[in-house]
Ligand binder design. Structure first.
Ligand SMILES: N[C@@H](CCC(=O)N[C@@H](CS)C(=O)NCC(=O)O)C(=O)O
Length: 204
């Protein structure tokens, strides 16, 4: 398998983390975003949106981090990563949708602003993030994993940009159920992190 990615991309990290937790070998193809490699004709033929991550597995090419998680779970993972029972599957999909929506518009944008200087609607991103963190805290206060009683790709989809929240000037200390969940994921066999992620000794 080949993973086309940016080193500092949380979306790319979702795919990296899932590959690592499943113990799968792959080749990392790190694109140079500053040189616009993700907008080259060669890369646009893999993803017309010109975005990472993209996964290639033999003749199969998959764009979008959520779709990559779905593929890896069903192709290589045990049932609990993406259960087929309709209601259980829907619970997981709801969190994948949250990852593509509120997380992308909230903590991911705040990180893009504070770490990379992107111009954003700050008040909007802060409001989306505050609402999201309150919902996550409530959900995780009552259960160990986001969807059901086992880890699933719901947890992997949501994890990177919550773990990277401190780089968006977000203090996770008021959310002990969220930090407990981050620590649970970080203690999984095969776990891999990236610079800037919250750790149990972090102060913000
Ligand atoms: N919905 C996509 C979003 C991917 C995305 O926004 N990737 C960013 C890097 S984190 C990117 O490639 N940005 C370059 C661009 O949009 O031109 C996913 O989940 O994979």
């Amino acid at each position: 398998m080949k993973l086309y990615e940016f080193q500092r991309s949380g979306h790319s990290h979702k795919a990296r983390l899932m590959l690592a937790l499943l113990g799968l070998e792959y080749e990392s193809v790190a694109l140079n975003g500053q040189e616009g490699e993700h907008k080259s004709a060669a890369f646009l033929s893999k993803n017309p949106f010109g975005q990472v991550p993209v996964l290639e597995d033999g003749d199969t090419t998959i764009r979008d981090s959520q779709a990559i998680l779905v593929y890896l779970a069903r192709q290589y993972g045990a049932e609990h990563w993406l259960p087929l029972e309709p209601a259980a599957m829907a619970q997981v999909m709801a969190w994948l949708s949250t990852a593509a929506n509120e997380i992308a518009r909230g903590p991911a944008l705040l990180r893009a602003h504070h770490k990379f200087g992107r111009d954003i609607n700050l008040a909007d991103a802060e409001q989306t993030t505050a609402n999201l963190l309150a919902i996550l805290q409530a959900q995780l206060a009552g259960q160990q994993w986001l969807a059901g009683d086992r880890i699933s790709i719901a947890d992997i989809a949501v994890y990177p940009y919550i773990a990277l929240a401190p780089e968006g000037n977000i203090d996770l200390q008021p959310y002990p159920a969220i930090t407990g969940w981050l620590a649970r994921i970080q203690s999984l066999e095969g776990y891999t992190g990236m610079p800037g992620m919250w750790t149990p000794t972090a102060t913000a």
